[in-house]
Ligand binder design. Structure first.
Ligand SMILES: [Zn+2]
Length: 406
């Protein structure tokens, strides 16, 4: 058995050679140009035998026959006769297709190069162009470039995805707020007065007496009190019959805020995150209305709205609001001209969603960083704004809560 001359001078095992490529099985544009390119791996397997080609360096004006094996390109003149493989049943010789005009010299190439259709030039050596070759893999530089591009795209897209998620939660919150407001309007039309809106003391009094004489009855806190999750206090409230889904009483953005004991208990939400404007509805004390002459019991120079007809500016008077998770307790959102007794929520891009007594809902963005307080999982009592923007936020909300008493 003959061995192929390795251009690098290293003895190698017998090469596979073309045995019967009279009609190449894969005709490509290269064949029509006057030469054929064979791939040793797989594609034209049937035309290869274990017999090496002969007379590699004798061809001039012959067709380049490129055979690639283990990174080595060899050539054979077209008139070379190839004996049958040793051990074959019958001797067989085959004449290579006679094509003229191209000469190719054998040459060793790196493993990553493949013979191309343009690798042979007339009257010269094999010229493999890097530009026209296909590579078998990526270089380290290319991989690093791809990784860097993916990292840049991720850095650009992840904040956008986060903002889109926040926007979706805000829309969900606005929808819940609107459904609450429609229920509140339906109750007002049915009863010719607004739903009761009492404070924490009255709500707890009703809780212990199992009464439900408020628009909603559960008092929220950071403990494991069943009032945080018992939906009966929502369904049995004055607005409960007007709403099918208790989930509309809370904002999806507030679901992520649970204290450590509540998380340990496996909770995934608290049943309510909205509160009602403290200047809207009848305020009860010991079961008795505490509103005299439609004046707020704590700020007598401000109006307390008892019926829908009392509200002179429905589009500018809010009803429900996202409340800050730390100040959320009763359902009575209370502020005065001095400061926040309850703090508005700021979970929607530094803003809160509010619904108004005409039925429309919208987000309001707070101007001061003081108003956008982080959640600390503790009850923060009355808090007084100290900078101009914070006082502006407080003034805006008070202006949209009530009017001066007549
Ligand atoms: Zn919300």
């Amino acid at each position: 058995m003959k061995y192929i001359q390795n251009p690098l001078g290293v003895p190698r095992r017998p090469r596979l050679a073309c045995s019967a490529p009279r009609t190449p099985k894969r005709r490509t544009a290269a064949h029509s140009k006057g030469f054929a390119t064979h791939r040793a791996h797989g594609v034209s397997r049937s035309v290869w035998s274990a017999t090496p080609p002969v007379a590699f360096d004798s061809a001039r004006n012959a067709v380049c026959r490129q055979f690639r094996r283990n990174g080595i390109l060899v050539e054979a003149p077209p008139t070379t006769r190839f004996p049958a493989p040793s051990g074959a049943a019958s001797p067989r010789t085959t004449k290579m297709p006679a094509l003229t005009g191209l000469i190719c010299a054998g040459r060793a190439f790196p493993q990553r190069w493949r013979p191309s259709r343009t690798s042979c030039v007339s009257g010269g050596r094999c010229a493999i162009s890097q530009k026209t070759e296909r590579r078998r893999g990526f270089t380290l530089l290319e991989l690093l470039t791809v990784i860097a591009v993916i990292a840049i795209l991720a850095a650009l897209l992840l904040p956008l995805l986060g903002r889109a998620k926040d926007r979706a939660k805000s829309m969900y919150c606005l929808n819940n707020n609107r459904q609450l407001t429609l229920a509140w309007l339906s109750y007002a039309n049915d009863n010719r007065r607004l739903a009761n809106n009492s404070g924490r003391r009255e709500m707890l009094r009703q809780y212990h007496r199992k009464g439900f004489n408020n628009w909603v009855n559960a008092v929220m806190d950071w403990t494991r009190s069943e009032q945080n999750t018992n939906l009966a206090y929502i369904r049995n409230g004055q607005l409960g019959p007007y709403l099918r889904a208790p989930a509309v009483f809370r904002c999806p953005a507030a679901d992520t805020f649970l204290s450590a004991p509540q998380r340990a208990a496996g909770w995934s939400w608290r049943s309510r995150s909205f509160s009602m404007n403290g200047f809207v509805g009848t305020f009860l004390s010991n079961g008795v209305p505490a509103v005299v002459n439609e004046r707020n019991p704590f700020l007598p120079w401000k109006r307390q709205f008892i019926a829908l007809t009392d509200i002179r500016n429905p589009a500018g008077t809010y009803v429900f609001i996202d409340e800050h998770p730390d100040t959320l307790n009763d359902a009575y959102f209370w502020i005065n001209s001095e400061g926040w007794a309850d703090l508005p929520g700021s979970l929607h891009n530094r803003g809160a969603n509010l619904s108004y007594s005409d039925g429309h809902c919208e987000r309001h963005q707070w101007r001061s960083a003081q108003t956008v307080a982080p959640v600390r999982f503790r009850r923060d009592r009355a808090w007084h704004p100290t900078d101009k923007l914070a006082r502006s936020d407080l003034g805006w909300l008070l202006d949209h809560a009530t009017q001066d008493a007549r």
